[in-house]
Design a protein around this ligand. Structure first.
Ligand code: AMP
Ligand code: ZN
Length: 664
């Protein structure tokens, strides 16, 4: 057999297995066997680059980096849907339909998947592009990201039209969502709020390999094109399924609004048995001929209607208000509820946000409260049933002292939250700050997790992050669940963190309001912790994008003796507290105060390098030309409208060579 045939055969085979696994839910080989075959294909493709295919099953793992997503005008506009909330709404809709079309009307009832809509274009059975809905007229092209989603077929089967668009919803099933959040929490990262936002955020990630790691799915519901040979919505769904798309089986063809209402009632009750979230039902006139007659309003098709479920609400008793202390000392009041079933899960707690919130709703212990679950994971209290308030009920008095360390709380002016100011002695703050220090985006210490940190603090082996560098293997081994090997790895991981660059160390210190981006800015501007420590409020504010709030927090942090001594110790252990010399060697202030716009394609340097060169030399890079622009660096193929704009504003346009000359 020729290599070409062998590759073809493997691709077809893997495609079928993908289909069995992801669409039919019925795998016929083990994951291991699948991986082996995929590896074999990958090896053959690597050895024969001339046989590369964008739609090969090997392309699912991603790896493409997209900096800017192209805007694409949809061939068929992506309309929104009209909403209904009651039987009357649906009957009114039916009346409007009956006025415009003759004969019987059948309806397809579908679930309304709660995710991000996507338009997929196929030509000759191959996926050629995927575009987000955008404003309905045009959206962003996100093909590399969508290709990593296993339920999106890259090659179709059966008798498909030559070219067509198919629309669906990219969703994140609940189980996958919870798993992702578990991982984030154990990495000390903020959990995602809900599956929908996470799904739509995923589509716009720059690194498709990152998207590939997320358990996204694509559920299809509509086919658009010319010459489709499809006469009803329901037939379209069935055909799409045959071609290899994931089309949920719950869709149902019915003959009357009464039957529609049965479908709605059924799914309102049973929606939590589904593996993904839905926020309603979509009802569509089944005949495409009738759809044509009905047409569109400015915003939505007249032949379709969404029926939105009400946000679920239950009433339960508020047993107790407790207070959590976060890493920064911020206090969050938590409502502890009589456990109650809501939206498919048992709810025991709800967020109360802050003191004002409690006062506004006059929430009291013993009250019967209404709890609602919207898109968010943590439910909220939306009201109180005053008729059930106990006679002896007392207004809630907000705590004045920290529940963890007893220190009197403060409430900084203009802030909604109370804080415990005892940052060096309050246990959750101590643990939280060290957990932040070791987290992935900060010092990324391998072999050390959040729970171990808590344990180390509990055993008094550490009380701040500088203490980490004095830990020894012998001290760690006696801890629960610590084998010698893991103790060694832990110490190794801590030592390795001494190589982490200054900007990340600065982030790791956990200065309030100094997040990743601010840390980068400050590191670049001051270049060393010594310089930063001596910076005054005024000096700090003069740094681009650093405002009062951040400046104040930085000055405060370095005014505290304990912090100064911790930093002195970090320096002593060899942690990077300044920008490394070779990085500095390429940096100057030459372009300070100048703003550049870089446009076009360049010959000797890449666009990214060019931007870095500008930033390393103190300049600022902006994406659009305005009166604030100092120079435009223009490469080949710079857009004519940009050129005109620059000329109109009298901005100097530099060629690549002229710019590099300037830098010398
Ligand atoms: P809305 O965003 O509320 O205007 O609702 C319209 C959106 O519902 C569409 O853009 C789709 O993304 C989404 N949707 C989810 N499920 C379906 C479905 N079965 N049929 C049509 N649209 C759906
Ligand atoms: Zn405290």
């Amino acid at each position: 057999m020729t290599i070409e045939l062998k590759i073809q055969e493997l691709r077809d085979e893997l495609r079928q297995h993908n289909y069995n696994y992801y669409i039919l839910d019925n795998p016929t080989i083990s994951d291991y066997e699948f991986d082996m075959k995929l590896k074999e294909l990958q090896a053959l493709e690597d050895a024969n680059p001339q046989l590369f295919d964008h739609n090969s099953p090997t392309q699912r793992v991603g790896g493409t980096i997209t900096k800017n997503f192209n805007t694409i005008v949809h061939d068929f506009r992506m309309y929104s849907l009209d909403n209904s909330y009651s039987k009357e709404d649906l009957l009114d809709w039916e009346k409007r339909i009956k006025k415009m079309v003759d004969g019987e009307v059948q309806y397809t009832c579908e679930l309304k998947y709660d995710g991000a809509s996507i338009n997929l274009t196929y030509e000759d059975g191959k996926l050629i592009r995927a575009v987000t809905r955008g404003d309905g007229v045009q959206g962003d092209e996100v093909t590399p990201n969508v290709k990593t989603i296993k339920t999106v077929p890259l090659q179709l089967k059966g008798d498909f039209p030559k070219r067509f668009d198919i629309r669906g919803e990219i969703i994140l099933p609940i189980e996958g969502f919870l798993k992702m959040n578990k991982e984030r929490i154990s990495n000390n990262e903020e959990p995602y709020r809900n599956p929908r936002n996470t799904a739509s955020g995923s589509l716009k990630l720059q690194d498709s390999a990152e998207v590939a790691k997320r358990p996204l799915e694509c559920l299809l519901y509509s086919i658009k094109g010319n010459d489709l040979h499809i006469s009803t919505q329901y037939e379209g769904l069935e055909k799409a399924r045959v071609w290899g798309f994931k089309v949920p089986k719950e869709a149902k063809l019915v003959n009357s609004i009464d039957e529609v209402l049965d479908f709605v009632a059924y799914w309102d009750e049973h929606r939590h048995n589904l593996p993904y979230e839905i926020d309603g039902v979509v009802i569509k006139v089944n005949s495409l001929f009738q759809q044509d007659e009905l047409g569109f309003t400015a915003k939505a098709p007249r032949w379709a209607m969404a029926y939105k479920f009400k946000a679920e609400q239950v009433s339960t008793r508020l047993n107790e208000i407790t207070y959590q202390v976060g890493r920064t000392g911020a206090i969050t009041p938590v409502a502890n509820l009589e456990p109650v079933q809501l939206a498919g899960t048992i709810v025991k707690r709800a967020s109360l946000h802050n003191a004002d919130q409690i006062e506004k709703l006059d929430i009291r212990v013993g009250d019967a409260v209404y709890v609602e679950k919207g898109g968010e994971i943590i439910p909220k209290i939306v009201g109180i049933d005053l008729s059930k308030r106990p006679k002896d009920s007392q207004p809630t008095v907000y705590i004045t002292h920290c529940p963890e360390c007893g220190t009197e709380l403060i409430r900084p002016e203009g802030e909604a939250k109370h804080y415990c100011p005892n940052d060096s002695g309050c246990p959750p703050q101590v643990v939280g700050r060290i957990q932040h220090y070791i987290s992935r985006k900060a010092m990324d210490i391998e072999g050390l997790g959040g729970e171990t940190v808590a344990l180390l603090v509990k055993e008094s082996l550490i009380t701040n992050y500088a203490d980490l560098y004095e830990l020894t293997v012998d001290q760690i081994i006696p801890l629960e669940r610590m084998a010698e090997k893991s103790a060694e790895n832990l110490v190794k991981g801590i030592m390795a963190s001494k190589q982490i660059p200054f900007e990340r160390v600065l982030f790791a210190l956990g200065i309030r309001y100094v997040g990743e981006t601010v840390a980068k800015k400050l590191a670049k501007h001051y270049k060393s912790i010594d310089a930063l420590m001596f910076a005054s409020m005024l000096d700090l504010i003069s740094v681009d994008e650093i405002g009062d709030r951040i400046a104040k927090s930085v000055v405060e942090f370095f005014s505290i003796e304990a912090n100064k001594s911790i930093i002195a110790r970090l320096k002593h252990y060899g942690v990077q507290l300044e920008i490394s010399a070779d990085k500095l060697a390429n940096q100057t202030d030459k372009l300070k105060g100048q703003t550049f716009v870089v446009s076009g394609v360049f010959e000797t340097v890449s666009r990214a390098d060019l931007k870095k060169l500008i930033e390393d030399n103190g300049g600022k890079v902006s994406s659009s030309i305005s009166s604030k622009t100092s120079y435009v660096v223009a490469g080949d193929k710079m857009g004519p409208s940009k050129r005109t704009k620059a000329e109109n504003l009298n901005i100097t346009i530099l060629t690549e060579i002229a710019f590099l000359e300037l830098m010398k």
